[in-house]
Design a protein around this ligand. Structure first.
Ligand SMILES: Nc1ncnc2c1ncn2[C@@H]1O[C@H](COP(=O)(O)OP(=O)(O)OP(=O)(O)O)[C@@H](O)[C@H]1O
Ligand SMILES: [Mg+2]
Length: 248
């Protein structure tokens, strides 16, 4: 089972879109997937049009059983959802011992509850929070979407700095699954400049770009994944290509 956290401390770099699109693409290729929403914005549930009786807050703070919190949003596409209540987690976790390890402990039973799970994808919030640290302590791999602007590259640098600290303190090594250039627009100079800066910096870690595509926006407002909304869209093609590279 692969455990991949999707992180960039800059907001709006397509973290949630990337997680949902890859997750649905994987299930269409016969895999069983879990998406964990670690962002109090609750975008995963909203984008997929699903709700949960119990959310991550209940799992992490109220000790609800993992099986009560899981929602099957699509066949073989499971979710642990978040809502505003997750914002309170940060304050409540501060006083807890080993607070960065709570997600790992609470998901320890996952292989028994969802046998044959192939991939866990974690959608992180755009901030260096205790929940973001929990994602890194649980995951084995890191996926970093970077939109075509400099602030997004700075946000990614902060992710790498923080990763170093987590690896040192928790004596673990995370693999960089890849860097995804997002919102790529061939007609815009800034896009080309940022892409070549990313090529220089990340080399073989750089995945194919996701082109700008308003259908991705329309899909989430229609509560559909891009593959349900328009299979022939640029968004579908680009995420399929990335999915095939990341999960051959
Ligand atoms: N390639 C794209 N082309 C056009 N719009 C996109 C693309 N990718 C994502 N979007 C849209 O951009 C917005 C931000 O994307 P998303 O919510 O995935 O970013 P995020 O990194 O998760 O944001 P946050 O940091 O707030 O969690 C959404 O409305 C989404 O539909
Ligand atoms: Mg998001």
């Amino acid at each position: 089972m692969r455990k991949v956290a999707c992180q960039n401390f800059k907001g709006g770099t397509a973290k949630t879109t990337t997680v949902i699109s890859l997750a649905h693409c994987l299930t269409r290729r016969g895999k069983k997937v879990l998406v964990v929403d670690l962002d109090a914005q609750g975008s995963v549930g909203v984008s997929l049009g699903v709700e949960a009786d119990f959310t991550l807050y209940d799992l992490l703070i109220d000790n609800h059983h993992l099986s009560e919190c899981l929602v099957e949003a699509r066949p073989n596409f499971f979710c642990l959802l978040a809502d505003q209540s997750l914002a309170a987690c940060e304050t409540l976790l501060v006083a807890r011992p080993r607070r960065e390890e709570i997600l790992r402990r609470r998901l320890a039973e996952l292989p028994e509850i969802l046998p044959d799970l192939d991939v866990v994808l974690i959608d992180c919030s755009p901030s260096l929070s205790i929940l973001s640290q929990n994602a890194l302590v649980y995951a084995d791999e890191l996926l970093i979407p970077i939109s075509m602007d400099y602030l997004s590259m700075v946000g990614a640098n902060h992710v790498f700095d923080n990763l170093g600290m987590i690896e040192e303190y928790f004596e673990k090594k995370l693999k960089i699954a890849g860097v995804v250039p997002t919102f790529f627009d061939q007609r815009v100079n800034m896009s080309k400049e940022v892409l070549s800066a990313l090529q220089e910096r990340y080399g073989s870690l750089l995945l194919p770009p996701v082109r700008i595509d308003t259908k991705l926006k329309q899909a989430s407002s229609a509560r559909k994944t891009i593959f349900e909304f328009n299979e022939k869209s640029r968004g579908s093609q680009d995420y399929l290509r990335i999915c095939e590279e990341l999960f051959p």
